[in-house]
Design a protein around this ligand. Sequence first.
Ligand code: DC
Length: 234
Amino acid sequence: MENSKIIIAIDGHSSTGKSSFAKQVAARLGYVYVDTGAMYRAVTYYAFTNGFIDNKGKINEEGLKLTLPANKISFKIGPDGKSQTWLNNACVEKQIRTLNISNKVSKIAALPFVREFVDSILRKFGETKGVVMDGRDIGTAVFPNAELKIFMTASVEVRAQRRFKEIQEAGGKETFDDVLKNLKERDHLDQTREVSPLRKADDALLLDNSHMSIPEQFVWLNIILLERFGLQMK
Ligand code: DC
């Protein structure tokens, strides 16, 4: 295993900082980063803008199932150097992060044919190794043989506070209570859905960052990468 490329699966609850962490780990290892939540968000955005899910959460499963395979979800690097999610020929990075989409995504992500669609894209990314992927079921369902699995969590209040701050900085209007409610609902839906529910894989390492700074999380990971895989982050 020394110095060969591995797959790092980072799963966990919403708003635990998974994507920021995964992104930085990938950059510092020279690995590819794949934001799997962005894919479910892009599918949800597609469903919403095409009338396959309404504001009451009612889904036209047949219509979505029939038309979804013709869509292409991809990632590109934007002018600011940051990764952008594209749906067909449009950048939807901003649109997929709204509370409207956050409120609908867990329902869409629970549909078996949606998971199959996203999984088939994800497995292609894994073929070459050297990948950091974050999501809810990467270590349990997508890459059960990933060499390193991390399960990130934090108390729901800490997570809501972090997300609320991000929304405020971006000029969003949602209240702290809206954010807390959305997180609790998503936790519940993600953990209780029938297909690939959110759960810690038995062999995943637990990272509870309720009281940890980002540098502390890197110190924690550095030791593991070096001891187990002979890998060093830049
Ligand atoms: O990580 P995120 O908050 O952007 O993910 C959005 C939603 O997508 C989340 O509520 C659950 C779902 N999801 C999933 O079911 N499986 C994944 N691998 C990633 C995300």
